[in-house]
Design a protein around this ligand. Structure first.
Ligand code: OFO
Length: 172
């Protein structure tokens, strides 16, 4: 059984993950309109992943005797100055999400809820990979600079990059 404090904190994270999904969805739509097909596919897929992160939390809260709340969400930003700036914002966004996960882990220890602490380790590992993924992409963008051919290749290749492929690149 979850304590009220733990349940509330987990519910807060349900909202964070749902908003994350919306952030990526908005980025996907912007990229699609700009003709950046690969980037848009990457963002659509990532939006689905964030929804999966949200669902995993919902199931967990309900399984442990709590009640997962579906709430209104903050509207994400619609427009971006450039795709480079968009990926920079994505990176900063993931750093904020990592902070929320760390806070949640902290609450689980305060509440002596070791089952939830264990459950959250998946999110801790996921955030390491998401930050690594965003950094890998930013490095590629910096390499391209303003080269149009580079952008073409980047747009083509970014759709292959997933959290897993980025993690294995970083292991090499
Ligand atoms: Fe749910 O990991 Fe990104 O935000």
């Amino acid at each position: 059984m979850l304590t009220k404090k733990m349940e509330n904190a987990l519910n807060e994270q349900v909202r964070v993950e749902a908003e994350s999904s919306q952030v990526y969805l908005s980025m996907a739509s912007w990229a699609e309109v700009k003709g950046l097909e690969g980037i848009s596919l990457f963002m659509y897929r990532h939006s689905d992943e964030e929804r999966m992160h949200m669902l995993k939390l919902i199931k967990y809260i309900n399984e442990r005797g709590g009640h997962a709340h579906i709430t209104t969400l903050k509207a994400p930003k619609k427009d971006f100055v450039s795709f480079q700036k968009m990926f920079q914002e994505l990176y900063e966004h993931e750093i904020e999400v990592s902070k929320c996960i760390n806070e949640l882990v902290h609450v689980s220890l305060e509440e002596k809820d070791y089952a939830t602490h264990n459950f959250l380790q998946w999110y801790v590992a996921e955030q390491i990979e998401e930050e690594a993924l965003a950094r890998t992409i930013l490095d590629k963008i910096n390499l391209i600079g303003n080269d149009k051919g580079g952008l073409y290749l980047f747009d083509r290749d970014v759709q292959q990059i997933t959290v897993d492929s980025s993690a294995s690149q970083n292991e090499v």
